[in-house]
Design a protein around this ligand. Structure first.
Ligand code: UT7
Length: 314
């Protein structure tokens, strides 16, 4: 049972930057309110790009950074809740675009916790011997599901993708992806939803806010415990980028003053399943976290699902 590790990362964001002032022309809101209450200054909104286009662009970069090539990849897993097509799934489309021959290919939909869930399933596949080199991707085009007349949601979301190449760790190498702690609160699953035919995102924001700031820190600490990593050793905390105040609230309870707290939300908004790999990829690209250092990932959102694990930075 060899563990797995993240070998490399990559990300893609659409070029169009949408500022808070631009959104204030659509609904009654202001740059000041959005910055204060959510922590977002701008977000990227896709044009013609599909979820699969963005996923493939991020995966292509992760693959280029890995030293491997398409022929080495045997599994593609995409976390998304905003793919419009029911089939083929996004993973197959990504494999086709990148010329990956005959990989296992499936999508995971646990909304904003999707990347940590997908990484968990890939780690299990590697441990079980079902994969040696995998692509794990979080990709979302939330703008397709946004009601641009609803100020309680349209200020929040953005589009983008992040990807990781995950490989089997060597026999004598410590696992670079820690055990996943995952779960959900199905009885409150409707608190964030994209439901029905031609749906929009809707949510009970305060319910989610309270849940996130009270219930999640102990679960994130469980992920540290299961990885055998003391929180004081964490080099960085990369939670789902839902709201700056939620991120600060969880980080405070984790008591990790030494750790970098990812705040990609400021520039990217809430990109659901893409937010963790996007933020992590940028931290690594900027060399803010040393290779091998422990980083706590923690996703949460629709379902109400959550998942997190400690990974070693590539
Ligand atoms: O990623 C998926 C998981 N989702 C989340 O994690 C979301 C968690 N929740 C949140 O981040 C926050 O609850 C929101 C950002 C969604 C909302 O912030 P809030 O501080 O909880 O605001 P609120 O809903 O309590 O509204 C406060 C006031 C209300 O006015 P009144 O009733 O007090 O007069 C709202 O009508 O702010 C008003 N408001 C706005 N004002 C200006 C709501 N949205 C806006 C807006 N601009 N965009």
């Amino acid at each position: 049972m060899t563990g797995s590790r993240i070998l490399s990362l990559g990300h893609y964001q659409p070029s169009r930057v949408v500022t808070n002032d631009e959104i204030a022309q659509l609904v009654e809101t202001s740059d000041e309110w959005i910055r204060d209450r959510v922590g977002i200054a701008a977000r990227r909104i896709a044009g013609d790009e599909t979820v699969a286009d963005m996923a493939a662009a991020a995966a292509d970069k992760a693959l280029a950074n890995s030293g491997l090539n398409a022929a080495d990849i045997d599994l593609v897993v995409v976390a998304t809740c905003t793919s419009i097509d029911r089939s083929p799934n996004v993973a197959c489309r990504v494999a086709d675009k990148l010329g990956i021959d005959a990989p296992g290919a499936y999508d995971v939909n646990t909304a904003c916790s999707g990347f940590a869930y997908a990484l968990g399933t890939v780690d299990h596949a590697v441990r079980a011997g079902a994969s040696r080199n995998a692509l794990v991707i979080g990709a979302e085009k939330l703008s397709d599901f946004t009601d641009w007349t609803d100020r309680s949601t349209c200020i929040i979301f953005g589009d983008g993708a992040g990807a990781a190449v995950v490989t089997a760790a060597g026999e004598d190498e410590p696992a670079g992806v820690g055990p996943v702690v995952w779960g959900s609160v199905p009885e409150r699953g409707d608190a964030v939803r994209i439901q029905g035919w031609r749906p929009y995102v809707a949510q009970e924001g305060q319910t989610v806010f309270r849940w996130a700031t009270t219930a999640l820190a102990p679960l994130a600490l469980q992920a540290c415990e299961r990885a055998g990593v003391d929180p004081s050793e964490l080099a960085a905390f990369v939670p789902h980028q839902a709201n700056s105040r939620i991120i600060d609230g969880i980080a405070k309870r984790l008591n990790i003053p030494q750790a970098i707290i990812a705040k990609d939300i400021v520039e990217s908004g809430n990109t659901s399943a893409a937010s963790i790999p996007l933020a992590l990829s940028k931290l690594v690209e900027r060399r803010e976290v040393p290779a091998g250092a422990p980083v706590l990932l923690f996703g949460f959102g629709g379902g109400l699902t959550y998942a997190g694990q400690v990974v070693r930075c590539p």
